[in-house]
Write a protein that binds this ligand. Structure first.
Ligand code: SF4
Length: 139
């Protein structure tokens, strides 16, 4: 049996169930995924996505940093996280200030954890001031 250089404990990112798993990594490649038994979420079980869906991690065309463009017609170019987050924050603030909080809506994802979804609705309600929050599972 192939031996891992290291084993990384993590949470499956495919849905909000939050199954716990171990990534077996050799030469920086994930070659095996095992469900963890020491938790009350999945007791070692994983669905087919959680067990086999990790090719994307090593995809050559995977985005590894934010892309931004100066205008709608400009080409995308790499940006730092600070630049990208500043742009999003300034744009959201500009829209909210010009058109009101109800002009902004938030759509969350089943791929996020419950905690991430909670934070997004909290941000929407307390920072932006809108209750227009929905979830892709309802579509
Ligand atoms: S293993 Fe399947 S059920 Fe568990 S979190 Fe991942 S996608 Fe969801």
């Amino acid at each position: 049996m192939l031996k891992a250089d290291r084993i990384v404990q993590t949470t499956c990112s495919y849905c909000g169930v939050g199954c716990q798993l171990d990534l077996h990594i050799r030469e920086e490649i994930i070659f095996r995924v095992e469900g963890r038994f020491d938790n009350e979420v999945n007791f070692g079980q994983l669905c087919v996505k959680g067990r086999f869906g990790y090719d994307f991690v090593h995809a050559s065309d995977r985005l590894r940093r934010p892309l931004a463009r100066a205008s709608r017609r400009a080409e995308f170019s790499p940006a730092s996280w600070d630049e990208a987050l500043d742009r999003v924050a300034n744009r959201l603030k500009g829209i909210r200030d010009q058109y009101g909080p109800r002009s902004v809506a938030f759509l969350t994802s089943a791929k996020c954890t419950n905690e991430e979804n909670y934070l997004l609705q909290k941000f929407a309600r307390t920072v932006i001031g809108t209750n227009t929050v929905d979830h892709c599972a309802r579509l």
